[in-house]
Design a binder for this molecule. Structure first.
Ligand SMILES: [Zn+2]
Length: 278
């Protein structure tokens, strides 16, 4: 098979193997939001599981936002068609309030609260697996690097790699690390995969979303700009340091303090009694 005719799934599988994203017998958990990237990731991982000795499960985190019920149904149907097991976690069932109410109670930026929770729950479920996969693409990665650089938080960039070892055990992998957003959109379209609105009210205005828009413009005047920027960031960013972390005294998840940021949020929101924090 010439390189040109290699199907998308096989190209990504080869990339995953070259990066040692999995080994025989591994169990892989993939986050699925209902957007085209995570749905294409599920398609690719399904293919990988038919060729190599790995098993794949999907995880959908439902934050109860507008339209989340239909989104959940959409994701469920998709998982069924692919014949992949799907786990669903619902914010309101665990927290006993809506996400908006949480934001009101704890204050702060909803985007950063949401991303903290997404990271936490992906790892929370991921600790039972060997590999946790996300559908982040080239545009996402460059926009994260740029955002961290512009806000002076380059220390957060060390984990922006195709493969990193998480503090709870599994590898975190990004099979679409070098794949431009429009390529994934094209592959999704050709398979009739319909992306579903996530119902995120900040989606259009989140800083990284705006950066992604600028990146598209940049790419149209300087072809290859995104890939070259990503290569540059990778070359100047030191890899993550292996540091000893404590276990959260409440949930047992890794934290640099005594209580992790999510349990602290639960205390502040009144979900956990305050005395646990003492
Ligand atoms: Zn905790």
């Amino acid at each position: 098979m010439s390189k040109k005719n290699v199907p998308f799934e096989e190209k990504i599988r080869r990339f995953m193997r070259s990066q040692r994203m999995y080994k025989p017998g591994d169990r892989i958990l993939a986050g699925i939001s209902g957007g085209k990237d995570s749905m294409m990731l599920a398609v690719v991982l399904k293919y990988v599981s038919t060729v190599d000795d790995v098993s794949v499960e999907l995880l959908h985190l439902n934050f109860g936002q507008k339209g989340s019920k239909r989104l959940e149904e959409h994701v469920s149907r998709f998982a069924e068609e692919l014949e992949l097991p799907l786990r669903i976690w619902r914010f309101e069932e665990e927290w006993g309030m809506s996400f908006d109410e949480l934001v009101q109670r704890v204050g702060g930026n909803p985007c950063s609260i949401c991303s903290t929770l997404l990271r936490y729950y992906l790892l929370w479920f991921g600790k039972e697996y060997d590999v946790v996969a996300t559908g982040h693409n080239l545009d996402d990665m460059v926009s994260f690097y740029l955002y961290n650089t512009m806000t002076g938080n380059t220390r957060f960039s060390s984990t922006l790699r195709p493969v990193v070892r998480t503090s709870v055990g599994p590898l975190k992998v990004r099979p679409f690390f070098y794949v431009p957003e429009e390529r994934i959109a094209e592959e999704a379209r050709s398979r009739g995969i319909v992306s579903f609105p996530t119902g995120c009210p900040s989606e259009e205005e989140a800083p990284t979303v705006r950066i992604r828009r600028y990146l598209k413009e940049l790419e149209s005047s300087v072809p290859g700009a995104r890939k070259n920027l990503l290569r540059f960031f990778l070359s100047v960013t030191p890899p993550p340091q292996e540091k000893e972390l404590n276990r959260c005294e409440i949930c047992g998840m890794p934290t640099s303090g005594r209580i992790c940021s999510v349990c602290r949020m639960k205390i502040k929101a009144g979900v956990l009694p305050r005395k646990d924090a003492q």
